[in-house]
Design a protein around this ligand. Structure first.
Ligand SMILES: [Zn+2]
Length: 272
């Protein structure tokens, strides 16, 4: 059996210890978890989710009458908030998710990253993704290094010029610093090869799988009137969030990942 998210976490600790640009990162505040993602489907290999963004400004949705232009209907006032995630006494400020088995099957071949690693082994694409996600963590600890979407994930276009080059340089720096090859050996193998070697591939997920902590809307207790609004404006109630607002280690569940899906393997306490 191989615990893929544990291996990634261990490797990340070595990376932040060896790459000065990432040295400010406190990995106790970063939780790595797995999501489901097929290898033959489009989608992200990994995502950095920020939990330390402040609540949004109060707002509401509205609908205008097509002819008069007047607002005839609007939602209640709400703010969007980040959920709270704690592991034991440790507050988590970032989540980094990996899509399995897709991430395991990532390769430099047919990848736009290939230009930064001429002649390199195909598995380096995975190390590049790991560093890429760490690079999203903001050194000012005030939220994010790059522009973030409302749902807490990073927009693809937020990678400014130089982002990919910086990441590739950090990958090369890490490898040149003489790390123990055992630490990243698991990245050399694709999903099938890992299965053949280890039997089961397990990973940390949230109990709410396939869902995970995401920004949610909270209705304001105080619902101010909108100045100049029609007296008969229809106010639509917002649906209460169905996802938890707080998560702890009790919400972490180890799942077994296979080509066709993920199943719960065993629950465990991750406080240690
Ligand atoms: Zn990114």
């Amino acid at each position: 059996m191989i615990n893929y998210t544990d291996r990634i976490s261990l490797l990340m600790r070595d990376i932040v210890a060896r790459v000065p640009t990432l040295g400010f990162i406190d990995l106790d505040e970063v939780l790595v978890f797995a999501r489901w993602g097929r290898s033959d489907a489009e989608g992200a290999f990994a995502t950095c989710h920020c939990l330390n963004l402040p609540p949004s400004e109060p707002g509401y949705y509205f609908w205008r009458d097509r002819t008069s232009g007047e607002v005839t209907r609007r939602s209640e006032w709400f703010v969007t908030k980040s959920p709270i995630v704690r592991v034991g006494n440790q507050a988590i400020t970032y989540l980094i998710s990996f899509a399995l088995p897709r991430f395991c099957d990532q390769s430099l071949q047919r990848s736009r990253k290939a230009e930064f690693f001429p002649g390199a082994d195909p598995w380096l694409a995975k190390l590049d993704t790991l560093v890429h996600e760490l690079y999203h963590i903001d050194p000012a600890e005030s939220g994010i290094r790059r522009i973030e979407r409302e749902d807490g994930t990073y927009a693809r276009h937020s990678h400014g010029p130089g982002f990919y080059e910086d990441v590739a340089a950090m990958v090369k720096h890490y490898l040149a610093s003489g790390p123990d090859p055992e630490l990243y050996a698991f990245l050399r193998e694709d999903f099938s090869s890992l299965q053949a070697r280890h039997g089961e591939i397990v990973a940390t997920t949230f109990r709410t799988f396939p869902s995970y902590p995401q920004r949610y809307m909270e209705v304001l207790t105080d619902q101010p009137r909108v100045s100049g609004e029609r007296a008969d404006v229809r106010i639509e109630p917002l649906r209460a969030p169905t996802q938890p607002r707080e998560y702890t280690e009790r919400d972490l569940v180890v799942r077994r990942f296979r080509r066709r899906g993920a199943r719960r393997a065993a629950s465990r306490e991750l406080a240690a």
